[in-house]
Structures are given as C-alpha cells and as structure tokens.
Design a protein around this ligand. Sequence first.
Ligand SMILES: Nc1ncnc2c1ncn2[C@@H]1O[C@H](COP(=O)(O)OP(=O)(O)OP(=O)(O)O)[C@@H](O)[C@H]1O
Ligand SMILES: [Mg+2]
Length: 255
Amino acid sequence: MSLLEVEDVEVRFGGVVALANLTFSIAAGEIFALIGPNGAGKTTLFNVVSRLYQPSQGAVRFAGTDLLALPAHRIAASGIARTFQNLALIPGLSVLDNVAVGAHAATSAGFWRSGLRLNRGEERRVRADALGLLDRLGLADLAQRPCAGLPYGTLKRIELARAMVARPRLLLLDEPAAGLTHAEVDELGGVIRSLRDEHDLTVLLVEHHMGMVMGISDNVVVMDLGAKIAEGPPADVQANPAVIAAYLGAPVEEV
Ligand SMILES: Nc1ncnc2c1ncn2[C@@H]1O[C@H](COP(=O)(O)OP(=O)(O)OP(=O)(O)O)[C@@H](O)[C@H]1O
Ligand SMILES: [Mg+2]
C-alpha cells in the first residue's frame, strides 16, 4: 500500500518552475530516495509535504488522506517528521531538551498551542523516548550538555533523534550525510536502515551522497529542473542515460 502519493504536483516561484508535474508514490516501509542536481526541487518537495509551500497544482495523499487539506501545524501529529537541510537546533538548550522539543509538535495540542507544556505522563514518555534515541544513536553521554559547540556530525544525529521522538510513520531526511566523514556516512546509513526496521518507518531521503543513496534505498526518483527524469531501484537509475546526463556526464557513483 502507498503511504505517500504525490500526484502531478507543480510549484512556481514567479517565473521559476520549482516542481513540474511531479508524480511518484512511496510504499509503507520503503527507504525512498529523491536525488538530482542542485536546484532540482528536492527541498521544495519536502516543503510541500510538510505544508510549508502550497502547490499551484496537484494532490498529495498521506495514508489515503488529503495532505493539502491539513494546516502545517497538524502535519507532525498526522505522522510526518523531518530534518532540515540547514540544522534547526537551539544552541543554548541541552541535547536532551532539543530532542524532546521534537515531541511537542506531535502531541494533540501541537507545538505552539501547548506552549512547550505537556502533561506529566506525556513528559515522562517523551524524556524516556528521547533518552532511548540518544542512546541508540550513541549520544547518551551528551544528553545534559548544550548543543552549542558540538561537532557537525553530532548535531546531525541530534536532529535525527529529534525527528524520531515524534514517533513518525514517515520521516523526511534532507541531506542527512552532508558534511559527514566517510565513516560517519557509512554508520548513518546503517542507523537509518535499523530505525526503519525497528520503528516501522517509511523514509524519504534527499541526499547527494550517492554511495549512501544507492546502498540503502529501495527505490529512487531522479529529478532535474523540477521534473522527474527517472525512477526505479538504485541499480536501474544508476545505469539510466538521462540520469548520467543530468549529472553532467559523470558516472553517478562518482558524484
Ligand atoms: N522560497 C523560494 N523562493 C523562490 N525560489 C525558490 C524558493 N525555494 C526554492 N526556490 C527555487 O526553486 C528551485 C528548486 O530549489 P530546491 O531548494 O527545491 O532545490 P534542491 O533540489 O533542494 O537543491 P539543493 O540540492 O541545492 O538543496 C531553485 O531554482 C530554487 O532557487
Ligand atoms: Mg535542497
């Protein structure tokens, strides 16, 4: 069954067509990658799915319901969480509190209306979940220290924990491997797979790191200039001439 269906979606910014007739669907449990050169429209699609951008055309359904009918503040509660291409952590807050903040968006009250207040049962659940995720991601020792000054790769993992604490069904990851070392990228790929397996997750991954994309994805959509140019399992898209051309002739595994 499809968990996310994107159908004929168009987004324009003035004269720029950021997404053009984009159609694809993601089955529950998949790791699904969206790749393409800079400016292809990948982050724009994330912003459509998280209801920050309103498409001028098309439909998006999540678990069979019309996502475009939901206001942005209901998205997290509906089961969708994301990380940001540019980190969105609060430097002065502890690592644990930064992760726990992710759950507020997913409570019935919603992030803004709750004023960062949960009832005591929810609060206990959130802190236990947050600590469990920090432990799972090798960050338990850092729980009580502020995020400020931590290495970039660590901050990216904290952002991942923050998205997961909302207990999403669909996790949107925007360039989670950017700025990581090779060893960190390999490790992250394993972490994403095991989070998927352990939490019944579906993952939509935007990533330039082709080794990771091809290594962990079940299916890949390739975009260029807002449009889909190829779709299929990693081995198929890697061999697709249109994909190779979009990456300026470089074999995809070297990009
Ligand atoms: N808020 C906006 N206002 C105007 N133009 C925008 C806006 N957001 C995106 N665009 C334009 O839409 C196009 C797609 O941008 P987008 O950020 O989705 O690309 P991307 O595939 O995520 O690229 P990258 O790999 O560099 O992150 C670009 O031409 C970009 O300049
Ligand atoms: Mg982007």
